[in-house]
Design a protein around this ligand. Structure first.
Ligand SMILES: [Zn+2]
Length: 390
């Protein structure tokens, strides 16, 4: 194995890491079966990865000496980690995941004003870098989730309607904190949340997920065959301004009849006669509380759900997802919005009774985007681009 080309060794190591992550802990013999690699090859790579602090042996059920062939190996609690950040108008946050997908730590810092977001991200990145060093954790990559469009280079911010973060400043701020050059990625927040839900949340077990996030705007993240669907320019999933819903509803983009003008947070508040109170999630929770005693509020949320379901039917007709996950402000509304949306989706999906995509709520809350960014950062390890043996 020592003479094998470095790229082959890296590919084999990545195959081992992938199966440990996605199929669970295994003995060396099981790893050989799963990957098709020779037992000796598995032994050499696993030994190197164990030495590098990437994987470790699990406690034996029966007593036995450490390192014996029957011992099962796991990625949990290893030293390499992926770092995910999220920036938005209310807070900056960081989630650090090990290769098993377990969170090692999470930090959220509120942001007082939009102009302070860039500085807050820089300070948070410095804080994370210092803590990783103190805990002997090794960052293999970092990604930043933000509400906007990112160019195909995964670094250049093309458009952030509510934040002033143009160009590659975001990526460079994190690169600086970690002492890197051109390594940090920037990713659309709905794409990140979709990745997080499909790997660690409501979408586990499917490879075809449509994730819809709801705040004032509406954005989709699409996982197709296990991978994020990006489109030609990286802009896939911009569904908020499709002409779906009330034709006369005025949209923030200046036009009328956009989907988000019928299902975004402001449309909800207008439909139920409630004022914004705190974050979108807090506001939606207040709407859900009032719905307990008000049929008018329940009917207002149901109307939003109908517009939502109709649009999901159209988007599903294009994408054929296995599962649809609703995030953002939809989550606190629960069945109030899910039930009418599901009924419309049933009516909209015309497949001769062959069923429709499952519809559920996100499970990862406000940490979904940063978690997905950390997953994105780890992908280079599982694809074999980053070598953990050197
Ligand atoms: Zn619009």
């Amino acid at each position: 194995m020592a003479d094998a080309p470095e790229s082959l060794r890296r590919r084999n190591a990545a195959a081992l890491l992938r199966t440990l992550r996605y199929d669970g802990p295994a003995s060396r013999a099981e790893l050989a079966l799963r990957t098709g690699l020779a037992k000796a090859t598995v032994g050499t790579i696993a030994g190197g990865l164990e030495e590098a602090g990437v994987l470790r042996g699990l406690e034996q059920v029966r007593s036995g000496e450490r390192g014996r062939p029957g011992q099962r190996l796991t990625l949990a609690d290893g030293r390499p980690v992926g770092v995910g950040f999220e920036v938005n108008v209310e807070y900056v946050s960081a989630v650090v995941l090990d290769l098993s997908g377990s969170a090692r730590f999470e930090i959220t810092r509120p942001v007082s004003e939009v102009a302070a977001v860039a500085a807050a991200l820089g300070a948070l990145a410095d804080e994370v870098a210092a803590r990783l060093a103190a805990e002997s954790l090794h960052p293999v990559g970092a990604a930043v989730a933000l509400p906007g469009l990112v160019d195909g280079d995964d670094r250049t911010v093309v458009w952030t309607p509510n934040l002033d973060l143009p160009g590659t400043g975001v990526a460079e701020a994190v690169d600086r904190a970690f002492g890197w050059s051109s390594r940090t990625r920037v990713v659309n927040d709905a794409d990140c949340a979709a990745l997080a839900e499909v790997r660690l949340g409501a979408g586990r077990g499917t490879d075809h997920l449509l994730y819809l996030t709801g705040t004032v705007g509406i954005g989709a993240g699409i996982v197709d065959d296990g991978r994020l669907l990006r489109g030609a320019r990286g802009f896939a999933g911009e569904v908020g301004h499709l002409p779906i819903g009330e034709p006369g509803a005025r949209c923030g983009c200046g036009r009328t009849g956009c989907w988000e003008a019928s299902v975004g947070l402001h449309a909800l508040l207008a439909a139920v006669g409630v004022d914004e109170c705190g974050t979108p999630l807090e506001t939606a929770a207040e709407v859900a509380r009032r719905a307990e005693t008000s049929s008018g509020v329940r009917a207002g949320v149901a109307r939003i759900g109908q517009h939502l379901g109709r649009g999901l039917g159209i988007v599903s007709g294009v994408l054929d997802p296995h599962q649809i996950v609703l995030g953002g402000y939809f989550v606190p509304l629960g069945d109030l919005v899910l039930a009418p949306a599901a009924a419309e989706l049933d009516a909209a999906v015309a497949l001769g009774g062959r069923g429709r995509p499952a519809l559920s709520l996100g499970q990862l809350g406000t940490e979904a985007a940063a978690t997905g960014a950390a997953e994105r950062a780890l992908d280079d390890v599982f694809s074999g681009e980053v070598d953990l043996l050197s």
